[in-house]
Design a protein around this ligand. Structure first.
Ligand SMILES: Nc1ncnc2c1ncn2[C@@H]1O[C@H](COP(=O)(O)OP(=O)(O)OP(=O)(O)O)[C@@H](O)[C@H]1O
Ligand SMILES: [Mg+2]
Length: 450
């Protein structure tokens, strides 16, 4: 059961709440004002804070902000008197999970709200533990759209099943693959990734399987491939949809027989790896068109998981942005960076075709532009319609307003920026821009021949 701190200046309210919660089996501590609550929280572990908003001394909102800053894992539910709902809204904006109207009508209502807050906390906590045990990146997976995903991950991680992660560019396929590894029994083993799109056929083959000395021109010494290096660990096949037919066949064999040979070699080696693959392509469609082997698809998609786009998990935008901004602040040596409410609204209004990666880029840019700790909408450089990607080359002096350029010029810059951001990968640049690859090429050709 949970550890709950109740902060309220009215003794009657405190004891009513404490009694109802203790009846549920929770362990409850009480504080008569914000200061006392903060002191208690610094000393003892708390899962949930239930706080009145109006209290003498440090009020509930200040306490809430402090907790959000110092103990982001603690869920907060605020109590607010009827007629002061605006303050509840302010509290929600400051990161409260929910609010309860005072006087609290029934213990049932209280229990329900508390149970929901604790459920969310349990979900986050499970991830925190996994993170701490393996030093993984911190993930924000709070939105309802992510619950089935997290549930599926939790179930499949400890097994040996091959997992196929499907999702648009930037939805977190790679971080998810890493999380999966860290939550598996192979966590102490290596996590080895290979990007199937980044290498040529021959190179990819020797990358995967290794080669014997003299196997091909340039193979001056024997080399172990990545599958060998991943023994006892997890092997991540990124962008698996880009695999050419010949390699698809070779990979299929490893997946089926769990055995392989180095290029130019005769000795058969065991592949003791757990497979995770990822793609942003529609493998089923590719299969129907004969571009992806059906047998390989079924080997890979033993346990498919679809990662929702950021558009489908809007509730995550704020917590995710806060998390990313905290990380960016650490990197830039600027702790305490935060978003103004207007900036949050701007982020929420945007469609994020490039998903979490695009959000991260936008926040990083904004953090650099913001002189103080607060990121304002002007720093974000997002097209208000949300249709296009971020506006590039916007003059800083104009506070993020669209620069006065011809539409064509604007388009060209957006395309150049997208290609640069995707390290020259035009397919992904097109995705980021929300246009087809062919359209992108048409446009590029037009720029080249004026
Ligand atoms: N749930 C999350 N919480 C925190 N950060 C995330 C989350 N999901 C993604 N990110 C961050 O977003 C960025 C993109 O994630 P990642 O590289 O895993 O995406 P991807 O799906 O593999 O993209 P692509 O298809 O373009 O390769 C990374 O910086 C990653 O740390
Ligand atoms: Mg990736």
């Amino acid at each position: 059961m949970a550890r709950i701190l109740v902060a309220d200046d009215e003794e009657g309210v405190r004891s009513f709440l404490a009694e109802a919660l203790e009846y549920e089996g929770h362990s409850v501590t009480m504080a008569a004002d914000g200061e006392e609550a903060a002191r208690l929280m610094a000393r003892q572990g708390v899962d949930l804070l239930l706080t009145d908003l109006r209290m003498p001394g440090m009020d509930g909102l200040t306490l809430l902000r402090k907790v959000r800053e110092e103990q982001p894992d603690v869920e907060v539910v605020v109590l607010t008197a009827v007629g002061t709902v605006e303050s509840a809204v302010a509290a929600m904006k400051a990161g409260a999970f929910d609010y309860l109207l005072k006087p609290v009508g029934s213990p049932a209502e209280l229990r329900l709200t508390v149970a929901r807050a604790l459920e969310r906390r349990a979900l986050l906590n499970w991830k925190t533990q996994a993170r701490q045990s393996a030093g993984a990146v911190e993930l924000s997976w709070g939105a309802p759209a992510m619950h089935p995903v997290v549930e599926a991950l939790r179930k499949v991680s400890p097994t040996q099943a091959t997992v196929l992660l499907v999702g648009e560019s930037g939805t977190g396929k790679e971080v998810t693959a890493r999380a999966l590894h860290q939550w598996s029994e192979r966590a102490d083993g290596p996590f080895v990734a290979v990007n199937c799109a980044a290498l040529t056929e021959t190179l990819l083959e020797s990358e995967l399987f290794g080669h014997e000395k003299g196997a091909f021109t340039g193979a001056v010494a024997q080399r172990r491939g990545r599958i060998e290096l991943a023994q006892g660990g997890t092997f991540f096949l990124d962008e698996v949809g880009e695999l050419k037919a010949e390699l698809q066949a070779k990979l299929l064999r490893v997946l089926q027989e769990r055995r392989f040979e180095r290029v130019g070699g005769t000795r058969t080696l065991e592949a003791d790896v757990r497979w995770v693959a990822a793609t942003n392509r529609d493998l089923k469609g590719m299969m129907a068109r004969g571009e992806f082997r059906e047998d390989l698809y079924h080997r890979l998609a033993v346990f498919p998981i679809r990662l929702p786009s950021l558009r489908e998990r809007r509730e995550d935008l704020r917590p995710l942005s806060e998390l990313l901004l905290r990380r960016i602040g650490d990197e830039l040596g600027r702790p305490g960076l935060r978003l103004s409410p207007e900036a949050v609204a701007r982020l929420e209004a945007f469609t994020w075709p490039g998903n979490v990666r695009e959000l991260r880029n936008a926040l990083e840019r904004a953090a650099i532009l913001a002189d103080g700790p607060v990121v304002e909408p002007g720093h974000l450089w997002l097209d208000p319609t949300g249709a296009a990607g971020p506006v590039v080359d916007a003059p800083i002096s104009e506070g993020g307003r669209l620069p006065s350029l011809t539409l064509e010029e604007l388009e060209r810059r957006a395309i150049e920026q997208a290609i640069a951001d995707e390290a020259g990968n035009r397919k992904r640049a097109a995705q980021r821009l929300g246009i087809g690859l062919r359209t992108l090429y048409d446009k590029l050709r037009r720029y080249e021949s004026p």
